[in-house]
Design a protein around this ligand. Structure first.
Ligand SMILES: NC(=O)c1ccc[n+]([C@@H]2O[C@H](COP(=O)([O-])OP(=O)(O)OC[C@H]3O[C@@H](n4cnc5c(N)ncnc54)[C@H](O)[C@@H]3O)[C@@H](O)[C@H]2O)c1
Length: 348
């Protein structure tokens, strides 16, 4: 039985990490820490185990593994501390707020000989997994282009009220670009099995404001234009201002047809062949903010994959090392947007 600690007992810990450890037969939740002691105590009351006043005390309590669910800026610090203390770590996305920190996290995992996994849950949906298989088997031929979108009405819809840290550059570093864009940029690498070799990006703060009506200091909309190693180009759109409803869809356009993911409400995966034939699967529903908050969804698969990685010693498909390449592209996109130019990344 693995003894599990949770560092940061906010929304993602509440709706995904804690319930998913609780239902995993190899785990026991034993330790909780949050800057707001009422939150860690509430989780200890619900799941058993103890609430600790500091992260250091939690790490000394005999935990085998921890989830790091604090605001973005603290991911690297907490992850490295936990790895040094001999714990396996499942850290939420975005992995960290700069590339050096991401590299330090991977180096710390290597030095400790422990698992480091990042919470890129989009890699674990059945629809995305099936799509990856279809692309690899040549179902749509050579990938020529793509568009992928992740938009909802903003962190308020996730947390129930305006959540100040998402809009605070010192805590979040980036806005929709890192909150949602990182998922889809990582997903394109996963689905196509290709590295991103070139990136152009635009970001804007078009609508979100603080209570005094001044614009928030992070982006609420971002668009990336990516070129893949195989030559395909496509876009990633990330937005916190989709007030008409969430969009979490992806389309890959290939030489033999196209593949549509979470676009048709009745079929999570549709292949439209060049000859006119269509194939349809309804494998799952992508988790929406509303659905997760209502607690009426299937496990994201992230915690189970983490436990399996610990058990087997084999890295998961969203290991820290694998995520480094996605983060390299995110930070290149940040720079491309800031400098108004196109940047090349190392061909993988
Ligand atoms: N994988 C996903 O789809 C997904 C979805 C939502 C959030 N996330 C990520 O999860 C992380 C947490 O997001 P959230 O939505 O749960 O936010 P949240 O604000 O609900 O929770 C963060 C928690 O961290 C605590 N905290 C803040 N500073 C702290 C400190 N110095 N020490 C200890 N605790 C501290 C807060 O009190 C809060 O309880 C973020 O990095 C976010 O990007 C991932």
């Amino acid at each position: 039985m693995y003894r599990i600690g949770i560092i940061g007992c906010g929304q993602i810990a509440k709706v995904r990490h804690a319930p998913e450890y609780a239902r995993n037969p190899f785990c026991q939740l034993t330790a909780f820490y949050d800057g707001d002691a009422a939150r860690s105590q509430a989780m200890a009351n619900q799941y058993g185990g103890a609430s600790f006043d500091t992260m250091e005390a939690l790490l000394k309590s005999g935990v085998d593994a921890v989830s790091v669910c604090v605001p973005n800026r603290l991911h690297a610090e907490c992850t490295v501390a936990a790895l040094k203390a001999g714990c396996h770590v499942l850290c939420e996305k975005p992995m960290a707020v700069d590339l050096d920190s991401c590299r330090q996290m991977v180096a710390a995992a290597d030095a400790a000989g422990k698992i480091l996994m990042i919470g890129h849950n989009q890699r674990y949906t059945r629809t995305h997994q099936k799509a990856k298989e279809l692309v690899a088997s040549g179902e749509i031929g050579r990938v020529l282009g793509f568009r992928t979108v992740f938009g909802h009405s903003g962190p308020e819809s996730w947390c129930g009220a305006a959540n100040p840290w998402f809009y605070d550059r010192s805590q979040a570093h980036l806005g929709a670009m890192a909150d949602l864009g990182v998922h889809k940029l990582d997903l394109i690498r996963y689905l196509t099995g290709q590295e991103i070799v070139q990136v152009t990006a635009g970001v804007a703060t078009v609508d979100k404001t603080y209570a005094d009506h001044t614009p928030v200091e992070v982006d609420d909309n971002a668009v990336f234009l990516l070129r893949l190693a195989g030559g395909a180009i496509g876009t990633v759109q990330a937005s916190w201002t989709f007030y008409g409803g969430e969009d979490n869809s992806t389309v890959l356009y290939g030489s033999a047809g196209s593949l549509h993911l979470y676009e048709d409400p009745a079929n999570s995966l549709v292949v439209r062949r060049r000859d006119g034939e269509a194939l349809r699967w309804n494998l799952d529903e992508i988790a929406t903010n509303d659905g997760q908050n209502a607690g009426d969804r299937a496990p994201a698969g992230v915690v189970d994959a983490f436990v399996q990685a610990i058990e087997t010693g084999e890295p998961s498909v969203s290991s820290g090392r694998e995520t480094l390449r996605s983060m390299e592209a995110v930070f290149a996109a940040e720079r491309a947007a800031r400098e108004g130019r196109t940047l090349d990344l190392g061909a993988g």
